[in-house]
Ligand binder design. Structure first.
Ligand SMILES: O=C(O)CCC(=O)C(=O)O
Length: 291
């Protein structure tokens, strides 16, 4: 039997040492409304526009609604819309805004490096069993010790819409064995018998969750009628820490033929984020995660 407890709240005005201690204790930090809503709404509407006609913004609420067949990462519709989402300059820029970098630095206590790979998540209703299974990013991103994930809710997300859940303290047991599973990422990690309480809450547009590379996390199924859930995330590490080479690829660039940086950059207005990682001193092809 598993149970849920609410996410533990942190605030950006707490001292870095307090945030770092809480991060080491629970493996994650939840910041309510850290990113201005208008910035999230703007990105949400740009991303939803790429999903037309499969998902559309409700004319009254502006919320993304599934119009036709449900889909998940790697389905044909997703493969069609995802390169368009990846091409949005605003989507990549989102994680390089000074306030986001400041938050990452406060959690790390050091300057940080933001991973090139940026992820947009679309959780549609009626795709039960295909939600993200429990996993550790240390495995999926071959990450070293100081890597963390940063996840931002682009809209309010309630219990029906597929919330993000975290297993508190799970980062303390290292990288776990995995087995194949349905759902985003295709693998599931081991959960130990004593790990029965997950942390999860409804979140609001602009909420940020930062999680340790070994913190086990998963998504709940979206059981809403039509409401689709959109969030964005990336990874970061202490500046200079090794980053495994696959993280310099666009998300899903390894399986969607036309999804590469040249095509992504095609309509960008600015150059400074193009290949910003080329001088990063620690891109490695040696596996980092202990297993
Ligand atoms: O948002 C989701 O559905 C899953 C996010 C996740 O698992 C991740 O960022 O590693």
């Amino acid at each position: 039997m598993t149970s849920n407890a609410p996410l533990i709240l942190s605030t950006a005005c707490e001292p870095g040492s307090v945030l770092q201690a809480r991060f080491q204790e629970y493996g994650y930090l939840h910041f309510k409304g850290y990113i201005p809503k208008a910035r999230c709404e703007n990105l949400l509407q740009q991303i939803v526009a790429q999903c037309e006609p499969h998902i559309t913004a409700d004319p009254e609420s502006g919320l993304p609604m599934l119009v036709d067949e449900p889909f998940f990462e790697t389905d044909a519709v997703w493969d069609l819309v995802y390169p368009k989402i990846q091409s949005l300059e605003s989507f990549h820029r989102f994680f390089h805004e000074p306030d986001i970098i400041r938050l990452m630095e406060s959690v790390c206590g050091k300057p940080v490096f933001v991973y090139p790979m940026k992820m947009a998540r679309i959780s549609t209703p009626k795709k039960l069993g295909y939600e993200t299974p429990p996993h550790q990013d240390a495995h999926s991103h071959q990450a070293g010790d100081t890597m963390a994930g940063i996840w931002v809710a682009l809209q309010d997300i309630d219990e029906a819409m597929g919330r993000l859940k975290l297993l508190p303290g799970s980062h303390k047991s290292g990288v776990r064995p995995v087995h194949q599973a349905e759902g985003v990422g295709g693998v599931q990690c081991e959960i130990f018998p004593h790990e029965t309480t997950w942390h999860v809450s409804d979140v609001e547009q602009g909420d940020v969750i930062i999680f340790h590379s070994c913190c086990v996390h998963k998504a709940e199924p979206n059981i809403a009628e039509k409401a689709s859930r959109f969030s964005v995330d990336t990874r970061f590490c202490d500046y200079g820490a090794p980053m495994f080479i696959t993280n310099i690829e666009p998300h899903h660039g390894w399986r969607i033929p036309a999804l590469n940086w040249e095509s992504i950059f095609c309509d960008w207005q600015h150059d400074e984020l193009k290949y910003y990682w080329k001088d990063y001193p620690a891109i490695t092809d040696k596996l980092l995660a202990e297993r």
